[in-house]
Design a protein around this ligand. Structure first.
Ligand code: SF4
Length: 139
């Protein structure tokens, strides 16, 4: 038993050093290009910087030089990357097939969705187009 313990303690330790002893890169390079634009997650249109690596969006932060937000980015704006990267994002139009509120939808093709929308809006167009308005807001 003593020999076995001595062998184990004499063997070189191949494990990595404890995390606390490893150097930490506090500013890792995660982008090779930065594009400035505005956030479309709500109507405020805050200035953002989109950081790309090999042409792919890596993260978004606020643009300090933009007069609207001066670098501040809300959580919704920071989540804008999820429009591109989330595996749960919508990829096709969804048509409700159950009762309103049931959450029952099926994915349909864009042509079918546009045909549906055209048919739904045809009555407003034929009778009183001023009844129709689109609104986008911050909530
Ligand atoms: S979602 Fe947030 S960051 Fe984007 S425009 Fe609106 S307030 Fe600005």
């Amino acid at each position: 038993m003593t020999d076995a313990v001595a062998t184990m303690t004499d063997a070189p330790d191949s494990r990595p050093p404890p995390a606390a002893d490893r150097p930490v890169d506090l500013s890792p390079r995660v982008a090779d290009e930065v594009k400035t634009t505005t956030c479309y997650m709500c109507a405020c249109r805050c200035g953002i910087r989109v950081h790309l690596q090999d042409g792919q969006v890596r993260y978004i932060d606020g643009n300090r030089r933009h007069p609207v937000n001066r670098g501040v980015l809300c959580g919704k704006g920071a989540a804008g990357i999820m429009h591109l990267r989330s595996p749960a994002r919508l990829r096709k139009p969804l048509r409700r097939v159950g009762e309103r509120g049931s959450g029952d939808f099926v994915a349909i093709e864009w042509d079918a969705a546009l045909d549906l929308a055209t048919a739904w809006l045809a009555r407003a167009r034929a009778t009183n187009p001023h009844r129709l308005a689109f609104f986008t807001g911050r909530d």
